[in-house]
Design a protein around this ligand. Sequence first.
Ligand code: SF4
Ligand code: SF4
Length: 142
Amino acid sequence: MTYIVTRLCLRDTACIDVCPVECMVLGEPEEEWPWLYIDPDTCIDCGACVPECPYEAIFPEEEVPLEFEAQPGIWINDTKELLPDGQSFEGELDGLPVKLKNAKQLEGGEQFDLTEDIMPNYDFYVLGPGYDAIEMGEAETT
Ligand code: SF4
Ligand code: SF4
């Protein structure tokens, strides 16, 4: 098993430091990899990251909701391809600074199959940059 991050992730990185095996990596480039991703081969299923997430974006793989119903005002964050009406956002959400390239605030009641977000967590480490994204992120901030 592993834990999975979904499109509810708003990239604040609040979870990263608690992971005992350092297997959580912020996606880069953000346009292609908009969330944070968990390395399924390294995750030890400790669950420590779940309560750290202010947006309840992390689930055990078996518990990722098939029919997730949005509460009013929540945000989703995804690629332009999958969220064509998203927009960039920079500001405070729940008192936390957030900066996103393609996100959308929801009215509430929208339904999503969040299991679609499982495969990108695997793909990030197989097809995407994986741990190299750490250096890519550092290069962007310097
Ligand atoms: S469940 Fe534990 S090991 Fe897995 S990503 Fe979360 S903190 Fe890291
Ligand atoms: S704490 Fe939640 S929202 Fe923040 S980076 Fe981690 S998974 Fe994403």
